[in-house]
Design a protein around this ligand. Structure first.
Ligand code: DON
Length: 570
């Protein structure tokens, strides 16, 4: 066998699991693959330590909201890629008695921000200004969010919750292989932004222990003085001075006036499921609602998982939903959003009327700029279920990997680059290739539009699934597919998380498939129908952390093997 034939043969062998998966027939049924099973409570997150600390807090008598505070901060220590104090997020809850709600702790544009702040004198976007350096940061919301949620619903003293996290920061966490590669990958830019001696400018290898004393001290002050330490205390002062020195515009007043906001979640039915997801300023709930409602009339089950027909129907729904997302959605405190109309059954039925099973509906001739995944990006999602039956889906982010790359050495954390989620200029794609409109233009104090989709699903009136993922613009479609995998194709939680995913976001007009997930037959059928395919250029889409409540009441964790996610429970 010559070398080329050998490589082809090896590639064929590697793709066999995917071919087998997509062609599965009833006679080939194998034992379903299950994730971790727990009797009482569970946390699934991007790091084992963070999942375990959340579970320990619940074993000490805390509930899901206490575990949220512990897990979120443990991720800030062990997963600085996305875990944060310098970022923001969203959490959707469902109490054991069925009450639902959500908290928005998204970053806000600083008071001195203005619409054209990332444009040059010719009105062109200045590359990198909204993604790297101090000007890229919004006012962080994470500490406000976890304190607001914990003080309303939690049971323990924040000091008790934060102590194991402080110990973790002080005693250190072990660098994983993926983490070592990522740290290696950004070392140069972190040094360029923060100077040679900066903490994450050092060389860290897999197996090394990182002790972040500055972060331990910051967390200790926060444990002692509460959320105001971050927004009005010594921490606020240090943050503002540091950002100012680096050309940033966040002021003490911006921090002092930051508030997390309770919002009514987006709630809609999909067949006999009731889906509860995040409202604007995240586009997650509205957009996943539009996608699922547009595909609801189709018999997806009989089409087969990831069959050409299935990919086509879902793609057409995604395309239409993202076109609405980009035009209508923004911060509800600044713009009027026609949520009811966007989720109206009749409207969505009409929207799909132009769907032609023989031919792709092309999005547009413009803006084919393929800027997706230009750099490694990360957010992080965790799912929590406590022993009382309270459920939390939480997604939090710095936006890009290590955010703006600005690291506050005195405080031990990175600052976000969330300002890039605004539309710097109408029609110009952001780092996720998303094209924005007026609704998401920059204004002082405004929250930038997000795609984060922390989601809860009820089945027959009972909590059934807690789900979410990182992945920028692909978050919404990854969450939608995870729900459909479990509901339409009867996958276990772990199988639903692991199944290959695809994505379409209207513009650029292309279907992204994960590497190795597209077989040649599927490619042939879709291209014959005029679909534009981005073949395997995206190594992974999302990294889902989910929990399913099984019929016997036990919990099954779905920890995505695409990254180092881990479930813990008892
Ligand atoms: O809020 C958003 O939609 C983005 N800032 C999320 C960023 C993200 O998921 C990066 N991860 N891959």
């Amino acid at each position: 066998m010559n070398r080329t034939a050998y490589i082809r043969f090896a590639a064929l062998l590697l793709s066999i699991p995917f071919l087998v998966f997509s062609c599965k027939t009833p006679t080939e049924e194998k034992e379903p693959k299950r994730g971790l099973i727990a009797e009482n409570a569970m946390v699934v997150s991007a790091r084992g330590e963070a999942s375990r600390i959340g579970v320990e807090i619940m074993q000490k008598g805390g509930n899901a909201f206490d575990a949220m505070m512990a897990t979120e901060m443990a991720l800030a220590v062990t997963f600085p890629f996305a875990g944060n104090l310098g970022g923001g997020g969203f959490a959707v809850y469902r109490m054991a008695n069925g009450d639902i709600g959500s908290i928005d702790y998204r970053e806000k544009a600083p008071g001195a921000a203005y619409r054209d702040m990332y444009l040059d004198e010719n009105g062109e976007v200045i590359p990198g200004l909204s993604t790297k350096g101090a000007l890229a940061s919004g006012v962080p919301g994470t500490i406000a969010g976890i304190f607001e949620a914990q003080s309303k619903f939690g049971k323990l003293d924040p000091k008790e919750i934060l102590q194991p996290v402080i110990d973790l920061a002080r005693n250190g966490f072990v660098v994983s292989t993926q983490q070592a590669n990522r740290l290696q990958g950004i070392r140069d830019v972190v040094r360029e932004v923060n100077g040679e001696d900066t903490f994450y400018g050092k060389e860290y290898n897999a197996g090394d222990t990182i002790k972040n004393i500055a972060l331990a001290e910051t967390l200790e002050r926060i444990a002692n003085n509460g959320r105001d330490e971050f927004y009005k205390g010594e921490t606020a002062q240090v943050l503002v001075n540091h950002m100012k020195e680096m050309g940033g515009i966040i002021t003490l007043e911006d921090l002092a006036s930051y508030e997390a906001v309770w919002r009514n979640p987006i709630v809609f039915d999909y067949k006999d499921l009731r889906v509860i997801s995040m409202a604007p300023p995240s586009s997650g709930g509205v957009t996943i609602g539009q996608i699922l409602k547009m595909v609801e009339p189709f018999d997806l089950k009989s089409m087969g998982h990831n069959s050409a027909d299935y990919v086509q129907v879902l793609t057409e729904a995604m395309r239409r939903a993202y076109a609405d997302r980009n035009y209508y959605l923004g911060d509800p405190d600044f713009v009027e959003i026609p949520i009811a109309e966007l989720l109206d059954d009749e409207y969505l039925k009409n929207r799909m009327e132009s769907f032609n099973p023989e031919k792709a509906t092309l999005s547009s001739d413009i803006a084919e700029g393929s800027v997706l995944f230009a750099e490694s990006m990360e957010t992080t999602h965790y799912s929590i279920m406590d022993a009382e039956g309270n459920a939390l889906a939480v997604t939090t982010t710095l936006n890009g990997a290590y955010g703006s790359k600005v690291y506050l050495d005195e405080l031990g954390f990175f600052m976000n680059n969330e300002m890039d989620d605004f539309s710097s200029k109408a029609g110009v794609p952001n780092m996720f290739g998303l094209i924005g409109a007026e609704a998401n233009s920059i204004a002082p104090g405004k929250r930038m539009l997000s795609s984060m989709t922390p989601t809860l699903v009820e089945r027959d009136g009972q909590l059934w699934m807690i789900v979410g993922t990182p992945g920028g613009s692909t978050i919404i479609t990854a969450v939608a597919q995870t729900i459909l995998n479990a509901y339409e194709f009867d996958m276990t939680m772990q199988e639903a998380v692991e199944a290959p995913r695809f994505h379409h976001q209207w513009l650029p007009d292309q279907i992204l498939f994960e590497e190795n997930s597209l077989d040649s037959t599927l490619l042939k059928i879709l291209t014959a129908k005029n679909y534009l395919i981005n073949e395997g250029r995206t190594p992974i889409i999302g990294s889902v952390d989910a929990i399913m409540v099984l019929p016997d009441g036990k919990l099954e964790g779905g920890a995505d093997p695409r990254r180092e996610n881990e479930a813990a429970g008892y």
